[in-house]
Design a protein around this ligand. Sequence first.
Ligand SMILES: Nc1nc2c(ncn2[C@@H]2O[C@H](COP(=O)(O)OP(=O)(O)OP(=O)(O)O)[C@@H](O)[C@H]2O)c(=O)[nH]1
Ligand SMILES: [Mg+2]
Length: 577
Amino acid sequence: MAFEAGDLMPQELVQKLAFFTHKINREIAVYLDRKGTVTDISIGDSSTVSLPELEGRKSKMRLSGIRCIHTHPNGTGQLSSVDISSLINLRLDAMIALGVKDGELTEAYVSIPSRAESGEFDSADLFGPYQPGDPELGNIFGLIIERDKNNKAAFYDNDVEEERAILVGLETLSGRMIGGKSEAERSLDELEELANTSGAVVIEKILQKKPVKDPAFYIGRGKAEEIGLLCQAAGADTLIFDVELSGAQVRNIEDVTGAKVVDRTTLILDIFAQRARSKEGKLQVELAQLKYRLPRLTGMGGQLSRLGGGIGTRGPGEKKLEVDKRHIRRRINFLESELDQVSIRRNRTREARKKNTVPSIALVGYTNAGKSTLMNKLCNCDVFAENKLFATLDPTARKLQLADGKTALLVDTVGFIRKLPHELVDAFKSTLEEVVYSDILLHVVDVSNEEAEEQIAVVMDILESLEALQKSMILVLNKIDMVNGKHNIRIPDKDCKIFEVSAVTGQGIPQLISGISELLSENEINIEFTIPYNQGWILPYMYENGKVMETDYKEDGIRVKAVIRDTKIEKIKEFLN
Ligand SMILES: Nc1nc2c(ncn2[C@@H]2O[C@H](COP(=O)(O)OP(=O)(O)OP(=O)(O)O)[C@@H](O)[C@H]2O)c(=O)[nH]1
Ligand SMILES: [Mg+2]
């Protein structure tokens, strides 16, 4: 018996299985290979089936090429832990469970294996519920093939030898001079740091004074030709522009100069791609890359393959850049739905955390400000910190011991940067939600940086776009050891406590910890009030969002003594007396 290849869950098979399962009231399992051929059938117990040995599939790093579709006669399509362990142990392509009731399919869930860091398959991802014919099933099939091919070792092998890059910036007339440098020059310096972080060697920086703002070439055709010659003379193969370029501009400049053209956003995305470690981080980066690439494909006949490697070609997704538009759109939908799942899971963890009423504190700040170093100092832990941009991509949480015996949860986050691509802010929404839902923010500033004030402003802007500006905030002026304890930074108007510290020497750290304790308890309000009996939601709300110390059931309602966070009081305000 055979079914159409590429159809993960053939309708005809599903119907037959549902029918017979109902007849015999037992579990039936069918095994299919990737061509759609049935290789085995078992009745009663799916864990005892022997799989056919497939050519070249003996390696532990590959999948078996066989998937199992089986029924659950009790009506639910939820996969059991036995289902999942057979999936992983047998390295099946997928384990699909069909819930059957009265001879009909109720729901179907699909689980596919995923790899550990080592490349071995050690866990599973769950999708569903589905009905046969759901287009998402095609995506899952694609994902299986990709996961089978993309052995970790081969994952990042498209790195090439050093890229030699020329940077091109654009001088605007406005903007403050700092340290004798204009805004454009400083932005170009930062671009150089970004380029170094991504592994490129910067040979020359060009700042174009009066931009022609050419729609076709951005810098004008003549200038582009000139830069082309410079590339040849200097042996540069890549041009990095300190702006966002349109797809047409990139192609035009590439044609004239013969060099690869990359813009600031592509560069930042490339760094994120190299640094993403967690599954969530990789999904987020790939999503951002695809979203940025999609509108830039117009007029390319829908197909483009960028040869070579380096900046802009690296990513957590497919090894070879597959840029068929339809494929990208499908992939974007798929990544978005996977990320939704992650976000739901994260919300649950956050909810659980809230129930414990452990307050959470988010570290925010410009990249390289010292957030991770500060976290290590405050929590006595060992989080990855490095003198490179974007050392931290995944949110990491650690317990912070406060002076009065209380604890809080400190969450490290991705650093901010000017001109942060909005695709990235979007894609990292679920990570940045940690910021949005935290009780207080520690805004870390590198006082030794000439541009500290600009950086504060950039961070404030991003916080505003996350609607997190009204949160209680502590401004941490870090690296005070590097300026001999003196700084002349103008502090933003926002009402917040300020601490001068050094995350390296430990100077000012005890004061900061007591400052945090104080702010947290400032935010706690003691209340005593009566909950009318017809407002049944209030007491559970109090348990969830505060600490209930005493309840007394009176004639007119429940008299409650409690402590609650000020951010949670709005909802019950009208009942306070
Ligand atoms: N001298 C000095 N150096 C510091 C201090 N705090 C951090 N650094 C250094 O600054 C660099 C960046 O620190 P990180 O903690 O990685 O910065 P981050 O804010 O987490 O950066 P991203 O994760 O990239 O956003 C590292 O080389 C640290 O050693 C400090 O108080 N004094
Ligand atoms: Mg960090």
